[in-house]
Design a protein around this ligand. Structure first.
Ligand code: FES
Length: 163
C-alpha cells in the first residue's frame, strides 16, 4: 500500500479531479511519476486499485511508454524537489552534494543498491523550501549538511560503495 503522506494526497487529489476515470490513466501515471520521480510496484498497484483496473493493464501501459521510468528503488530513497520554490532556495546545491558524497546520479542508485536519488516536482511544501524527501519523510528547510548527515546515519555511517 502506498504510504499516506503529502505526495499521496497530491496523487489522490489528481485522481479525484479525473473522477478515477480509466481513460485518464496516462495522465495519472505521468502525475505519479512527477510526484514520486519514478514508478514502482507500490505506486502502480495503488493506481490500479484506485481506478479499479487490473494491475497487469497498468503495468503494461507503464512499461510500453519509454517516458515512464520504472525504477527498482534502493534500500533508501532520497528525492529532491526541483519545483520553483525549492530551486530558488538552493535544492540544486543539495542534489549535487548528495551526488558527490555518495557517488550517485539523479535517477539512479548507488552500485550497492543502498541509496537511490530521484527528483520530483513541487510536493506542496513550498513554505519549507528547499524540500527533500528521505524515505517518505519530508525534510523542509534542508541543507546539504542536514541531508548528508541524515543519509550517513541511515546508511550506518559508511559511505556506500563507489562504482
Ligand atoms: S517547489 Fe518544492 S515543495 Fe513546492
Amino acid at each position: 500500500m502506498l504510504r499516506e503522506d503529502k505526495r499521496r494526497e497530491l496523487l489522490d487529489n489528481f485522481m479525484r479531479k479525473h473522477e478515477y476515470d480509466e481513460s485518464a490513466l496516462l495522465e495519472i501515471l505521468h502525475k505519479t511519476q512527477e510526484i514520486y520521480g519514478y514508478l514502482d510496484n507500490e505506486s502502480l498497484m495503488y493506481v490500479a486499485q484506485s481506478l479499479n483496473l487490473p494491475p497487469s493493464h497498468v503495468y503494461g501501459v507503464a512499461t510500453f511508454y519509454s517516458f515512464f521510468k520504472l525504477k527498482a528503488a534502493g534500500e533508501h530513497v532520497v528525492t529532491g524537489c526541483l519545483g520553483t520554490a525549492c530551486y530558488v532556495k538552493g535544492v540544486e546545491e543539495i542534489m549535487q552534494a548528495v551526488e558527490r558524497e555518495f557517488n550517485v546520479k539523479r535517477g539512479e542508485s548507488t552500485a550497492d543498491g543502498k541509496l537511490s536519488l530521484f527528483v520530483t516536482r513541487c510536493i506542496g511544501a513550498c513554505a519549507m523550501a528547499p524540500s527533500v524527501v528521505i524515505d517518505g519523510e519530508v525534510m523542509g528547510k534542508a541543507t546539504p549538511e542536514l541531508v548528508i548527515n541524515k543519509l550517513k546515519l541511515l546508511l550506518g555511517g559508511n559511505k556506500t560503495e563507489t562504482r
